[in-house]
Design a protein around this ligand. Structure first.
Ligand SMILES: Nc1ncnc2c1ncn2[C@@H]1O[C@H](COP(=O)(O)OP(=O)(O)OP(=O)(O)O)[C@@H](O)[C@H]1O
Ligand SMILES: [Mg+2]
Length: 381
């Protein structure tokens, strides 16, 4: 580049209008808040509003101690930043309260020289990224079952129907004392058949998808649950009725939420038996994921949360939660969540899990029905 053209470039750059600092602050993807000398909120960007689940006008009425317990280590780091006038960084902090549920967050606290006592917090919440990691491994787990399911279905089903038929014949011809055994064989053959049928759902068939009203799906699931395994459990529904249809397969989504509600109900029943399941939907823009076999990134702004007040996910299954055959229940097959992971993976969606005693939440992020649906493929893979 000649000296003249370099100069011309510098001049052109200088002539550009300056960027509004407020717009820059608003665009920062990490949650940023400015606290005054008594930890009251003085400024918050949109990422912070999302993080705290409150708008800035609401936050402005509050101090950080209104949102988290005052023995949280964040207050020590704020004090330290204020007192020593240095930047303080902490990782793996938890903001847990009835309103907030953020674990493993990183925070930087930095004093503002122009404003005595004021401290700026920059909060990085990597839970979505971690969930992404986990989700990708869930997909892998579900895939490995797919091949096995096809073989099992093929190899087991035919001889099984032979065994069942023979047992049924025996039932009518053997003495009374032995009839019980023949019935046992038939019942067990039926149980294996049901298991194989469930495994077959892991097959690699493409998903047929249309616009699905997620609230109808959830209503249906709640009704099924309340008329059966969750008859004794309270349900709360917090729906955002303005949400548009999701891009999905209705029957498969029923299966997903039924499995999640069933786990929630079983967690409550196995503990005290007293508890509540909350079904919630909300809109959360900004979550994007590359769909399998699809070059485009899908936006996943529609979130369904299934929350229960049960004892929480046992630690020893937490790491392999979505792997097949992982179960802590005597009669469980451990296929419920593996199937959830498989179906949500096929939908190009995402799963996040938060669990502690008294509060377990599965959040499912789903894509919306595309506006250009005429051209949209009906199957993802
Ligand atoms: N809401 C929940 N609360 C506590 N633990 C849970 C919850 N959901 C799942 N789990 C744990 O995860 C394990 C795996 O769940 P999954 O649905 O895959 O299998 P399962 O419920 O044991 O058996 P199946 O669904 O095949 O009947 C459960 O056994 C349980 O320990
Ligand atoms: Mg289950």
């Amino acid at each position: 580049m000649s000296a003249r053209s370099a100069l011309a470039r510098v001049a052109a750059f200088a002539a550009r209008p300056a960027v509004d600092p407020a717009a820059l602050f608003a665009a920062v993807p990490a949650a940023c808040v400015l606290l005054d000398d008594e930890n009251r909120f003085r400024a918050a960007n949109p990422a912070a509003e999302q993080f705290f689940g409150l708008s800035f006008p609401q936050l402005r009425q509050l101090s950080l101690t209104d949102l988290i317990a005052d023995d949280n280590p964040v207050f020590l780091m704020i004090e330290s930043a204020r007192k020593h006038n240095v930047l303080v960084t902490e990782r793996d902090l938890n903001f847990e309260s009835p309103r907030l549920n953020h674990r493993g967050i990183a925070i930087q606290a930095t004093p503002l020289p122009e404003e005595p006592g004021a401290v700026m917090l920059v909060i990085s919440d990597w839970s979505a990224a971690r969930a992404l990691d986990r989700q990708l491994s869930f997909r892998h787990a579900a895939r490995s079952v797919a091949g096995m399911a096809a073989i099992l279905a093929h190899e087991v089903k035919n001889p099984l129907s032979g065994i069942r038929g023979a047992a049924q014949l025996l039932e009518n011809s053997v003495a009374d004392a032995d009839r019980e055994l023949a019935v046992l064989i038939r019942d067990e053959a039926d149980r294996i058949r049901a298991l194989v049928d469930r495994m077959e759902m892991f097959g690699d068939k493409p998903v047929e998808r249309t616009g699905v009203n997620i609230h109808r799906v959830l209503e249906h699931v709640r009704r099924l649950a309340q008329s059966g395994f969750a008859a004794h459990i309270r349900f709360a529904e917090l729906y955002d009725p303005s949400l548009p249809p999701v891009w999905g397969n209705r029957d498969q989504l029923v299966q997903v939420f039924l499995n999640l509600v069933k786990n929630a109900a079983e967690a409550i029943t196995n503990a005290s038996g007293e508890g509540e399941i909350t079904l919630a939907t909300f809109y959360q823009p900004g979550v994007r994921l590359a769909a399998p076999g699809n070059a485009r990134h899908l936006n996943l702004p529609l979130v369904v949360a299934i929350r229960d007040t049960g004892p929480g996910i046992p630690q020893d299954v937490e790491k392999n939660l979505f792997d097949p055959f992982v179960t802590t229940k005597s009669g469980g097959s451990g296929l419920g969540l593996a199937l959830v992971a498989k179906i949500i993976g096929d939908h190009g969606g995402l799963i996040e899990v938060d669990s502690r005693p008294g509060r377990t939440e599965f959040r499912i992020f789903l894509p919306l029905y595309p506006e250009d649906h005429e051209d949209a493929p009906t199957a993802l893979r």
